[in-house]
Design a protein around this ligand. Structure first.
Ligand code: FE
Length: 333
């Protein structure tokens, strides 16, 4: 620990000496909320002296802004959630490739773009949530099985307009094929107990309130709700443990195509993959570390171990148009 400190002190001294070559400020466009990113950025500034300015908004407006600003953008980094969104940004040529051994070593290939244009920084599973009052977990097995008649009038879903569901369906298309995927979606829609929800928290509350018995949500929403309401009568289930595993997606970032300081931007992203940063960046939202040498926080680990799907998350982007069309056609609003 003390050896590490003196290295930091030495590099800070060097920085002061070669101050002109050092970036004074990086600009991040982030669809992640301020309270989720600020603690990590403050720590980075404390470590390096590099200031980080950020603008937060939804991913759509931020991508539109990057397109409109073009070469004049102040942004060095674009940060967002879901491989489906990161892939979209790559398609719109908003990123440039990062060449980084650090990122390659810290983040498994399945959570990064093959092109090197973006990388995952945290992980979230999109899994089954169920009522602990009305469901015996023995009744649960796979995402597909929620299409069975036994779940008629018992299922809740979030809207198909949300990228999280588009990514889930895109990876199903890749894993089990279009025919089976469409049968599953038909079943889910037929089993709905209520109109689709606009967010995962409302869905979890509907299960708790008895409106439905099962649903599909991102893990951190369950984490937040069970922290706020420890008595919530909902639990998580890990499906597909005998086959492909649970759908896992990412939050991530890449260096913008027109970054003024691409090398400094890569350094910040590299740091975000290290243990020091992962603890701050990942634990704050009850996510799983994307760096697979790091254990999740105690509260996240308490949900139990599970087998995660090993599919490359790029599939979520590549098959997104197909997923959207299919959900639309089968009446998933
Ligand atoms: Fe979310």
């Amino acid at each position: 620990m003390s050896a590490k400190r003196s290295i930091v002190a030495a590099s800070l001294a060097l920085t002061a000496f070669t101050g002109l070559a050092q970036a004074k400020e990086l600009v991040v466009y982030s669809s992640r909320q301020e309270h989720l990113i600020q603690p990590a950025f403050e720590l980075y500034t404390k470590n390096t002296g590099v200031d980080i300015k950020f603008i937060t908004d939804r991913e759509g407006p931020l991508m539109a802004r990057l397109r409109a600003e073009g070469a004049n953008t102040p942004a060095d980094i674009f940060m967002t959630v879901d491989a489906g969104n990161l892939w979209q940004a790559e398609q719109q040529e908003l990123f440039q490739p990062m060449e980084s051994k650090v990122i390659e070593e810290n983040i498994p290939a399945q959570y990064r773009a093959e092109s090197g244009q973006w990388t995952g920084l945290s992980l979230r599973a999109r899994t089954i949530a169920y009522s602990t009052e009305r469901v015996d977990p023995k009744e649960l097995s796979t995402y597909e099985a929620l299409a069975d008649d036994s779940w008629k009038g018992r299922m809740c879903l979030r809207t198909s307009k949300k990228v999280y569901n588009q990514s889930l369906v895109a990876t199903m298309l890749e894993s089990i094929g279009a025919e089976k995927t469409s049968d599953v979606i038909k079943g889910w829609v037929a089993n709905l107990a209520a109109p689709v929800f606009s967010d995962d928290t409302a869905l979890l509350k509907a299960i708790d309130a008895g409106q439905c018995d099962v649903g599909i949500v991102n893990t951190y929403y369950f984490g937040r709700l069970s922290k706020e309401e420890p008595g919530v009568k909902v639990a998580l289930f890990w499906p597909n443990q005998d086959d492909r595993g649970v759908h896992v997606n990412i939050s991530g970032a890449g260096v913008t195509k027109h970054a003024d300081q691409p090398e400094e931007a890569v350094k910040l992203i590299e740091w975000l993959t290290t243990e020091e940063a992962q603890r701050v960046f990942v634990d704050i939202n009850m996510e799983f570390p994307a760096n697979d040498s790091i254990e999740p926080s105690k509260e996240v680990a308490a949900w139990g171990d599970f087998k995660a799907d090993t599919i490359n998350v790029e599939v979520a982007g590549r098959r997104q148009p197909e997923a959207i069309m299919l959900m639309d056609r089968l009446g998933w609003n």
